[in-house]
Design a protein around this ligand. Sequence first.
Ligand code: HEC
Ligand code: HEC
Ligand code: HEC
Ligand code: HEC
Ligand code: HEC
Ligand code: HEC
Ligand code: HEC
Ligand code: HEC
Length: 477
Amino acid sequence: MKNRWIVSLLSCVPIAAAFLVLQSCGGVGGSTTNNGGQGSTNAEFLALLSDEQRAAKSITPQECANCHGGQNASDAVYVHWKDTTHFAKGVTCEGCHGPGSAHKANPTKNNILTFPKVTDPVVCGQCHGPIHDQFNFSKHSKLIAAPSEEAITDPGRYGKTSRCIACHSGLVRAQVLEQGQDLGSVPDDQIIAMSEATLSTVPHTADCATCHNPHSKTNKLNQLGEDVQLRHTEFNLDTTDIAPGSTADKFTQYDHICAQCHNGRGTNPSDTALNKSTARAPMHDSPQMQMLMGIGGVEGTGVIKRNTSHAQAPGQCTKCHMPDARHTFTVSFDKSCSPCHTVADATNRADTIKSDILNLLVALRTRLETYANTKFGNTLYWEYTSTIVGEGGTAPDQKLVDIEVKRARYNYYFVIRSGDYGVHNAPYAKSLIQVANSNLDSIGVPAAPVSRLSLNEKFRLIESDKARANRAEFGTK
Ligand code: HEC
Ligand code: HEC
Ligand code: HEC
Ligand code: HEC
Ligand code: HEC
Ligand code: HEC
Ligand code: HEC
Ligand code: HEC
């Protein structure tokens, strides 16, 4: 395979940068006395404290416990904390909450570091410098602002019904879902306050405290069997909560450290749903768990292979995206794919499947255009309404679009929105495209001629469809 893959090339950038960072920082965990050496965010931590607290002195964890649930209450923070590595290594309540004497003398929320600021990754970055730096390379440290902005203007819809902020605000997840509440029952003024705090104070998709319980072991073990205080499991083969038709109260609470967010939001491939969901592609930009497990696509009647070795890999997403617990969330072909593939085998398979899928997608897209041109005199009119309108067109009555085309475009978007071009689950991705093609065969849409585009041009074409749909739906990119 001579064509170097553009995505592989791009993903080298953060990896190379992360190596540099690792060299310039101390080890994982860092010291509790010098706060992790060069990776330290100590000054930034102090900046989070109120003037009153900055002038305060240290008190003991027992003193905190005296007022916060007591040492004997079995659900008290103190009791759980005593069971953690933090306790063993001398990381006290104040390591994260700052000094407590002023708070002890006159307990208020202004003289102890608490929500929202205590969820700032800088708190953990005091001692976990290298991981904090890696995290900063990841998009999880950024924020797609639209969901929080929309929840401020329309908390009922974007906060409670669609629950956008459950997956687009690390703060909301830590403050609401992880405290056993559901967004559906949170009053509007709190939704607005949390969304404002997300935008102004902790503008991240996922903070450390979104994924890690700061106080307690959780018995949700990582791929090595260690308890690193994960709020959710890394491995889950039960897809009930993200099955087709699942509702937002369910799929936002899915017990999976990645797929609590990276799921297709109840995307439903039934004909009834396809005839109803014509405004936009019904799966969100995030059907990676569906793809990995091989669920949620229009499957037709043939035999579908839905569960590959990748779905069974210990750690699932983290096996590939967090080798050595690396928090850039980027794949490393040497570490992620072993012991199952050699580096050469993994690279070769990934390159091959990505170009295969890309060729298939472009051919499918061409057929959809041919259909639309023949039927409506416009190559864009196989698309969902919002995309056609977004491009300045007038969408045809969606009742006129054949169900076979609705099935085909659904699978098309399912594959491109997973973003992995077949690596997650090659047999499933291929079969979805095949099902799309047999649907088009059945209504006589001619096969596509061989494309003359280069692989990079094909990649850009498909990515531009993704961007076009996102622009139409969310007004982004
Ligand atoms: C003398 C009793 C007392 C001591 C000692 C004490 N707290 Fe508090 N703490 C309180 C009270 C009461 C509140 C509620 C204040 C309020 O709502 O205005 C509170 C609030 C808090 C909050 C905010 C909770 C929220 O809902 O936002 C945090 C965090 C906290 N304390 C942590 C600590 C830590 C850590 C220590 C030890 C360094 C500590 N406290 C020591 C009594 C105490
Ligand atoms: C590793 C950092 C860390 C340590 C150590 C820590 N906390 Fe916290 N604490 C947090 C974070 C982050 C939050 C907000 C997220 C959450 O509640 O899960 C929080 C929230 C709180 C709250 C408010 C809400 C709640 O969940 O009850 C209290 C009270 C509190 N901590 C007390 C304590 C006490 C007492 C100790 C020591 C026994 C302690 N914390 C140790 C990071 C820490
Ligand atoms: C004051 C320093 C300090 C702060 C602040 C701190 N940690 Fe730690 N953390 C440590 C040390 C030291 C270890 C032990 C590292 C080791 O043994 O290699 C550790 C270990 C851990 C572990 C591994 C636990 C295990 O049992 O293997 C996790 C997960 C973790 N920290 C998460 C966090 C998060 C999340 C925060 C912020 C909410 C945080 N830490 C804040 C010092 C800190
Ligand atoms: C179940 C979790 C979840 C919910 C609920 C959710 N999203 Fe997302 N969203 C994601 C994930 C994960 C991604 C990133 C996917 C990727 O990068 O492959 C994403 C991506 C996006 C993007 C980026 C698309 C682009 O332009 O590249 C936007 C915008 C967005 N979501 C808006 C929303 C809005 C608005 C809502 C509510 C109507 C919402 N999301 C609800 C998980 C969710
Ligand atoms: C999107 C979820 C997520 C976020 C955000 C996240 N972590 Fe983690 N973290 C994990 C997972 C999953 C693991 C276990 C990885 C594995 O399987 O080896 C982990 C492991 C760790 C460990 C143990 C490392 C080891 O070598 O065993 C530490 C320490 C840690 N995280 C700290 C942090 C800190 C600090 C932050 C914020 C800067 C953070 N994490 C943000 C998911 C997350
Ligand atoms: C709180 C929700 C949430 C959780 C939990 C989460 N993600 Fe994400 N993830 C997102 C969103 C939203 C985006 C898109 C961010 C953007 O485009 O700015 C994203 C982007 C990504 C990306 C691609 C963007 C990039 O270049 O960084 C990868 C890869 C990824 N996530 C993997 C993971 C893995 C692996 C886990 C579990 C360890 C995980 N995510 C957990 C919400 C989440
Ligand atoms: C077998 C290894 C493997 C597994 C398991 C895996 N991924 Fe991936 N993932 C990849 C590779 C390889 C890519 C292509 C991007 C690259 O080359 O870095 C990718 C791409 C992605 C992307 C798109 C990245 C981007 O930049 O847009 C996201 C998001 C993602 N994966 C999230 C997940 C989530 C969430 C899971 C679990 C449900 C998961 N992955 C499971 C290997 C894996
Ligand atoms: C737990 C073992 C395991 C891990 C880890 C793993 N793979 Fe695989 N992979 C397999 C097996 C076994 C197959 C073939 C059988 C199947 O599809 O179940 C396979 C198939 C594939 C395929 C499908 C194309 C084909 O030739 O059939 C690609 C592409 C692939 N792997 C790439 C990767 C990449 C890239 C990584 C690391 C980022 C990775 N795999 C990690 C076990 C693994």
